[in-house]
Design a protein around this ligand. Structure first.
Ligand code: F0G
Length: 457
């Protein structure tokens, strides 16, 4: 008999979690103004809000914490981290930051000027925020494939090269860089193919435009290249990673994802001029350049995390779990962005709650229903997150309206996946009875989804 697949690790430490009653959850959610970001974590049974900073570190990472060098300047921990980043990505210059958005803040402070245009294969919200707050324009050049959740294509995160070329042509001289996000979080944790990465870099370079890789989930992207793209099955994740970054000019990294640390990030650069420019913003915003926003011990843990999370078995364990959850949803007929992504399943709320109009935020409503059903905290990646157009102030209803079931790394077991799928099924089975959504009572002018206050209609 062929032995079944199992995790490539065993568990050394556990943390209790608690179930609650529906009555408790009704009360807590009302107190949170129907915004799950406002819940206390202890009011949550299974937390799928994000895979960012929520992973479980390995015994080797915890051991590295003890070896951290907390020197203000020139700490050994910095050089350890720098060496891993040079080896994996070929980035000559490294600036540590406290997380991904801080890397964006430092680099974009140097690079982005008012009126600039910055294309990307679906910018993440903080990336878009850092562009728009500098009065520049973030243009999405995502493939049309990504808009159809039921279309099963292997690299739905790809850049539409025609759309990109049009932006580069029409804005010649006004595009400081292009952002290539791997995997593409916004469209469902979907990967970008190696062929598309290379073509994107070649096209941008033809127009004299550098490429910045938003690298939060680069290792998951490398895994998908290995298992889905012709010619890569025999290569290691580390070899594929090196090839992904061979033509890129720079990277911003939220280390809280594929670095498997609870906090951290960095900028990687190939060009000395950019390094010198970004450094000037690192010192006042983050800290001196050999620690930026990080403790020495955290740089050590990150160096170890990057190394071990670029091993096939680690990634296979993770992506297998996400695929397992997807297979349960398939069994129950629940529509999600196909195929299953690297870090999450994105349920197509527009299709589930098709009686609720856009103006009443179907995905936000489904997020509330899932919490009420089983204490599971998911995250709306839809019309609430899309926010308002900075000029017209109209809601941006043009994109997808999804509920992200985001799986932390090495935290939950497949039994938890069974609970999540069953809870989703229960909500799905009573979807006809959910006919009204939510309305906004108060919202912030930027990144409203974190603090928005809602009422149930
Ligand atoms: N880029 C991508 C693709 C991201 O997914 C994130 C964060 C960031 C940049 C910003 O990094 O949080 O370290 O400042 N994504 C998290 C998420 C928050 O839940 O998807 P950060």
């Amino acid at each position: 008999m062929e032995l079944p697949f199992a995790e490539s690790w065993k568990i050394k430490m556990v943390e209790p979690i608690r179930r609650s009653t529906r009555e408790e959850r009704e009360h807590w959610l009302a107190e949170a103004h129907y915004n799950v970001f406002q819940l206390k974590a202890e009011q949550v049974y299974i937390d799928l809000l994000t895979d960012s900073g929520t992973g479980a570190m390995s015994d080797r990472q915890w051991a590295e914490l003890m070896l951290g060098d907390e020197s203000y300047a020139g700490a050994t921990s910095f050089y350890k981290l720098e060496a891993v980043i040079k080896r994996l990505f070929g980035m000559k210059y490294v600036i540590p930051t406290h997380q991904g958005r801080a890397a964006e803040n430092v680099l974009f402070s140097y690079l982005v000027k008012e009126g600039n245009v910055i294309p990307g294969n679906a910018h993440f919200d903080t990336t878009k925020g850092h562009i728009e707050s500098r009065h520049a324009v973030a243009v999405d050049v995502t493939t049309a494939d990504a808009r159809n959740t039921q279309l099963e294509v292997p690299f739905k995160g790809n850049v539409d090269l025609d759309k990109l070329e049009k932006v580069l042509k029409e804005n010649a001289g006004n595009v400081p860089f292009m952002v290539l996000t791997v995997t593409n979080n916004t469209v469902g944790g979907q990967p970008v193919s190696m062929a598309n990465i290379k073509s994107t870099c070649a096209l941008c370079h033809r127009y004299g435009v550098p490429v910045v890789m938003d690298s939060a989930r680069f290792a998951e992207n490398a895994y998908f290249i290995k298992v889905r793209e012709e010619g890569y099955a025999g290569k290691t994740i580390k070899e594929i990673t090196a090839e992904m970054y061979a033509d890129a000019d720079a990277m911003t990294m939220s280390a809280k994802k594929d670095g498997v640390v609870n906090m951290g990030g960095f900028i990687g650069l190939k060009n000395k001029e950019w390094y010198e420019g970004a450094k000037l913003f690192c010192i006042p915003f983050e800290g001196y350049v050999t620690y930026g926003g990080m403790n020495g011990r955290d740089m050590n843990a990150l160096a170890q995390g990057l190394d071990e999370n670029t091993e096939f078995d680690m990634l296979h364990t993770r992506i297998h779990q996400v695929a397992y959850l997807a297979s349960k949803l398939d069994e129950y007929g629940i529509p999600y962005q196909r195929p299953a992504g690297g870090h999450a399943i994105f349920v197509d709320a527009d299709r589930v709650l098709d009686r609720i109009p856009k103006e009443e935020f179907p995905a936000q409503t489904l997020t509330c229903e899932l919490y009420l059903e089983a204490g599971i905290r998911a995250c709306e990646i839809g019309y609430m997150l899309a926010d308002r157009d900075p000029v017209t102030r109209e809601n941006r209803f043009g994109g997808l309206d999804l509920v992200r079931l985001c799986i932390p790394r090495r935290v939950y077991t497949d039994n938890h996946m069974d609970v999540i799928a069953a809870a989703m099924k229960n909500v799905y089975d009573r979807r006809e009875s959910i006919t009204r959504g939510v309305a906004i009572e108060w919202e912030a002018p930027l990144m409203r989804h974190f603090t928005v206050q809602l009422k149930r209609l």
